[in-house]
Design a protein around this ligand. Structure first.
Ligand code: NOJ
Ligand code: MG
Length: 518
């Protein structure tokens, strides 16, 4: 049997608001993405996951959906969505849409009706409860946003509380209600019928909650997410996805213990899961090895790993992995190491827009920002060209960008980096091309080698092809004796030339080598 496409793919996340603005309103849009498809194709990625572009009051920038099947006018028209799907396919790129199954916006007609009166037909699409005897909310569950607040909001109009795992403007749907499941499966079907190649399922671990709505108890597992009931619901979603040959289901499993992530990857649930344990690893070779080996140790033979180091919710990698005293060069070196790690591990890599440019988080001036939950620094616009020639919109927009472009845009932008063979972008392009050219990097086995402290070394092997990766996470030089025959340098994060054994690895340097059989 041939491998499914998504095991060989690199998936690139587009945050549409900040990718490319075609109409000068300062907000990225779908026609903007269409214009940049040639860039994405030549970058060497295979599929695009596009964060929500559906109709929304934008309190959570599109994750609060008021109509799942209509494009928000900020992003374009329904026809633009179809044009994007078709144009991506014409460029050989697949498209994943981001579907939010566990909640809607409070402006969704289902919720507006539900809130109108207690006997509204969609009242029980959501979770309504009387208050606790003490007059407070029904239980002690906490909302994801804003941190430290209750997951229940009092609705004066109908004198009950409603549940929301995230913002109060994002009421939770009750997935134990078959009518909710049917309605949300219709949404998934709608987009698959439009020709998308897969779905990214937002907050999927929120589908199941303790049906008795009991209080959380400190030190015990949370009762408001990852409840075992959700797996049956997820199987219904998967059964639908399976009716579309080749379609993939990726889930955001917002859990911080890999033992909680792996069950979602059962053969009849998700194909791929975002792994936050890996994404939150420290800059530490031993910790990364432990995480990867723990995952592969727990995963069944059919379970395929996926790795990411950045998205629209997490600080950018270069920032997360840099130390306060790092100069630009050191910060960049750590970022290069991250690139080599992500693109050579066994498993499907996800890249977040701008990661390929080596972007750090943007430091926003006091008082500037839109997200109440501190995620603006990783969401500032994609710099396409230096502001000195393209203006303050850096090629993202001809208007005023909705968030300022990062202060590094003069140096770190697509146009400048494409012209520089030593740029971070050039490294990503090289690594992506290498992954495409070498089956061992995509499909091969992976075995870690014993290595000095702070060094991560592994061999990827497929048939007769062997690829060796060595990453030095230390700020000092390390020597590593591989004891293998002849080695050929394929890619280096810097200008390290390495031949013979022991291999001398400079601070924060990485290499990919071909092990040539003697
Ligand atoms: C996860 C999304 O990635 C995040 O941006 C959003 O705020 C929450 N889910 C709620 O949908
Ligand atoms: Mg626009």
């Amino acid at each position: 049997m041939s491998r499914p496409w998504w095991q060989d793919a690199v998936i690139y996340q587009i945050y549409p608001r900040s990718f490319a603005d075609s109409d000068g309103d300062g907000i990225g849009d779908l026609p903007g993405i269409i214009e940049r498809l040639p860039y994405l194709r030549s970058l060497g990625v295979d599929a695009l996951w596009i964060s929500p572009f559906f109709r929304s009051p934008m309190v959570d920038f599109g994750y609060d959906i008021s109509d799942h099947t209509a494009v928000d006018p900020i992003f374009g028209t329904d026809a633009d969505a179809q044009a994007l799907i078709d144009a991506a396919h014409a460029h050989g790129l697949r498209i994943l849409v981001d579907i939010v199954l566990p909640h809607t916006s409070d402006q969704h007609p289902w919720f507006r009706d539900a809130a109108a009166c207690r006997d509204a037909p969609t009242r029980d699409f959501y979770v309504w409860r009387d208050g606790h005897l003490d007059g407070g909310p029904p239980n002690n569950w906490a909302a994801g946003f804003p941190a430290g607040t209750s997951a229940w909001t009092w609705h004066a109009g109908t004198a009950q509380w409603y549940l929301h795992s995230h913002l109060p403007q994002e009421p939770d749907l009750d997935w134990s209600n078959p009518a909710v499941r049917a309605a949300q499966l219709d949404v998934v079907r709608f987009w698959l019928d439009r020709g998308v190649d897969g779905v990214r399922l937002d907050s999927i671990n929120r589908l199941g909650k303790d049906p008795a709505y009991r209080d959380n108890v400190a030190g015990e597992r949370s009762r408001q997410q990852d409840w075992p009931t959700l797996h049956a619901y997820l199987r219904e979603v998967r059964a639908l996805v399976d009716r579309y040959p080749d379609a993939v289901a990726v889930g955001e499993v917002w859990e911080f213990d890999q033992r909680r992530i792996v069950p979602y990857l059962a053969p009849d649930e998700l194909h791929l899961a975002h792994n936050f344990v890996f994404a939150r690893s420290r800059f530490d070779a031993a910790e990364i090895r432990r995480t990867v080996e723990e995952f592969t140790g727990m995963a069944g033979p059919g379970t395929w790993p996926a790795w990411f180091l950045g998205n629209h919710d997490e600080p950018r990698r270069v920032t997360r992995w840099s130390a306060p005293r790092d100069d630009d060069e050191t910060r960049e070196a750590r970022g290069r190491l991250a690139a080599m790690l992500l693109l050579t591990l066994r498993g499907t890599p996800f890249l977040y827009q701008g990661e390929e440019l080596g972007l750090p988080d943007t430091e926003l001036p006091e008082g500037v920002g839109e997200d109440g939950n501190g995620r603006d620094p990783q969401r500032t616009p994609m710099p396409w060209a230096p502001p000195s020639t393209a203006g303050p919109g850096a090629g993202f927009t001809t208007g005023e960008p909705w968030l300022p472009v990062g202060g590094t845009a003069e140096r770190l932008n697509v146009t400048t980096e494409l012209q520089d063979p030593g740029s971070v972008l050039a490294l990503y392009r090289t690594l992506l091309a290498l992954r495409r050219a070498r089956p061992s990097l995509r499909a091969g086995s992976q075995a870690f080698l014993d290595a000095p402290p702070d060094v991560l070394a592994y061999v990827r092997a497929d048939g007769g092809e062997r690829t060796l990766v060595i990453l030095n996470f230390a700020a000092t030089t390390r020597r590593i004796d591989i004891g293998t025959p002849a080695l050929l340098l394929l890619v280096s994060t810097g200008d390290a030339a390495c031949s013979g054994s022991p291999i001398v690895m400079g601070p924060f340097s990485g290499v990919v080598l071909e092990a040539v059989a003697s």
